[in-house]
Design a protein. Sequence first.
Length: 133
Amino acid sequence: MDKKKRLTSSRDKVPDILKAMEGGMSARKACEVNDVPISTFMLWLSQDAELADQYTRARELGLEKMADDIIAISDNDMGDPQRDRLKVDSRKWLLSKMMPKKYGDKLDVTSGGDRLPAVTINVPPIPDGGPQP
């Protein structure tokens, strides 16, 4: 089978790749399991806007699954506590970077994300007899 035909038949595996990603698997691992080179999959994403949208949705669902996994790992009292802490911390870090608006450490609840104007504070002079700067 020539390379072009092989890549076309690999394209049929895209739904399986996206399904695996929705289940929490990374794109790299989902491609590996489905015997599709990650570079090929990324090329398809760059060439197909609809596939890119499906990928984005699958990635979001996979990250939400990861957030759910944090609770399951934390509730498991049968494992190695140090290993479980590493799993939870790794997932929390990744979620904070990949979905910062939802899982990031800093929440801006005052400006809706807009840059706020600078604040000027006027300090009155200290009356006589007080400490001098």
